[in-house]
Design a binder for this molecule. Structure first.
Ligand code: GLV
Ligand code: MN
Ligand code: MN
Length: 425
């Protein structure tokens, strides 16, 4: 018989989560703002803090060769097949980040494991809480490397990718204490893993608009990223007539606006496209820009409209290049199809939310998550937590104490639902 938590329990859990959020948020590469990139010294400190919490709560702690911290709780009954349920999220951040993106999911997993032990809840499977380190993909030209390693899908080439200072993933791993030679050993055995669960902030406005604390994710949008290089010709800003210029920045400007227009007038509302980086060279007031490097991030709920939009953008780029006497090259570096969440895990989440008296709102995720990589290993399920104004990737990110408490409680209930189901099998 499960006993429903009262409001005081939920607030107490939320306060614990908040204290842990603050402790992690204090670990940053920059004074006054939160920046914690994969394999940085700050990532090292955050991983050690998380490992310490796991140990304090009685979990068996290990760290794999790519830097994922894992806290293991043994099954309370015999599991001949070594069955385990994975629960996780990430502790890397974007530049000038909010405190909750990723970090809240790791904390919810740790607190849920602690509550399972404290309440004597029987689990007929092991529970592994994972703190991934590369969900944001900000430092290196790859993303989701740590979860991809757990799923057994990291290429040797990915380890050669370099950051802006020329440091490769492999070299950064060695400094971090990882081991690029042992990436294959990070992989979980698909025969042992029952599923992957994650709590994450919504990063959008839907739950707040509907006055709901939690939502159940149905699928994660497909996404692609490109580096685009535009080459024109440098020249004197005072002497080269307008008609004779090959201005790379003017070409880039046309392309950026076309990208926006394509997404705005896309065949599906879920199509979004962003140029988030733009570098101009040589970059002087009196020199016609010769080179522009920009990035494109494009996502949609279904794959075809996204692929069609990319084709249209590439075709327009070719026209712009020809009209302006420039060259425009697209280098793709990330591509994931739309990733569905398991209907069974969604149903179990629904039962957990109903038990708490919450409306089980189902919704898709526009943001990317470690679940996309984990789906190559096992079924995935996600719960979203309301965040203020839907704001994320911004220091204004905010989640209430009560919603955090509910998220921990929902994770406990979700695991219990799966434990009941596993016992019946
Ligand atoms: C990660 O936050 C992403 O969706 O880019
Ligand atoms: Mn995230
Ligand atoms: Mn993020």
């Amino acid at each position: 018989m499960t006993v429903l938590p009262d409001d005081a329990d939920i607030l107490a859990l939320g306060r614990e989560a908040e204290a842990m959020i603050e402790a992690l948020a204090a670990i940053s590469a920059e004074e006054g703002r939160l920046t914690r990139l994969y394999l940085s010294p700050e990532h090292r400190k955050a991983a050690d803090l998380v490992a310490g919490w796991m140990r304090d709560f009685g979990l068996d702690v290990s760290e794999d060769a790519m830097g994922t911290v894992r806290g293991r709780l043994k099954a309370t009954s015999n599991t001949p097949l070594n069955h385990r349920l994975l629960v996780g999220s990430h502790i890397d951040t974007v530049i000038d980040a909010g405190k909750y993106d990723g970090n809240l999911g790791v904390i919810c997993g740790i607190l849920a494991a602690r509550e399972i032990v404290r309440r004597g809840i029987e689990i007929p499977f092991g529970l592994d809480i994972l703190a991934f380190g590369d969900e944001e993909g900000v430092r290196f030209p790859t993303t989701l490397l740590t979860s991809a390693a757990v799923a057994g899908h990291v290429s040797a080439q990915a380890l050669e990718g370099r950051d802006a200072n020329g440091v490769s993933v492999a070299d950064a791993l060695r400094v971090f204490g990882g081991d690029p030679q042992r990436v294959a050993a990070c992989a979980d055995d698909p025969g042992e893993v029952l599923g992957y669960l994650e709590v994450h902030i919504e990063q959008g406005p839907v739950l707040e608009a509907e006055d709901l604390p939690l939502g159940i994710v149905t699928s994660i949008a497909g996404a692609a990223r490109f580096r685009i290089r535009i080459s024109g010709m440098a020249g004197h800003a005072g002497t080269v007539p307008m008609a004779l210029r090959h201005d790379a920045l003017a070409a880039a400007s046309e392309l950026v606006l076309f990208i926006e227009e394509t997404a705005r007038s896309g065949v599906t509302d879920s199509l979004v496209a962003t140029v988030g980086e733009l570098g101009v060279r040589p970059g002087a007031v009196n020199v016609i820009p010769a080179d522009v490097a920009l990035t494109l991030d494009i996502r949609a709920a279904s794959d075809n409209p996204r692929l069609e939009a990319v084709k249209a953008i590439e075709a327009r780029a070719a026209q712009i290049a020809q009209a302006r006497g420039c060259s425009i090259a697209f280098e793709p570096y990330h591509e994931v199809n739309t990733c569905p969440c398991s209907p069974d895990l969604q149903d179990a989440a629904e039962a957990a939310l109903q038990r708490l008296g919450l409306t089980p709102r189902r919704m898709m995720s526009g943001a990317g998550h470690d679940g996309q990589a984990m789906s190559k290993l096992t079924d995935i399920g996600m719960l979203f937590v309301r965040c203020k104004g839907g704001i994320s990737h911004n220091p204004l990110e905010s989640v209430t104490v009560e919603d955090m408490g509910l998220a921990v409680e929902a994770m406990v209930g979700w695991i219990e639902q799966l434990a009941n189901k596993e016992r019946k099998n």
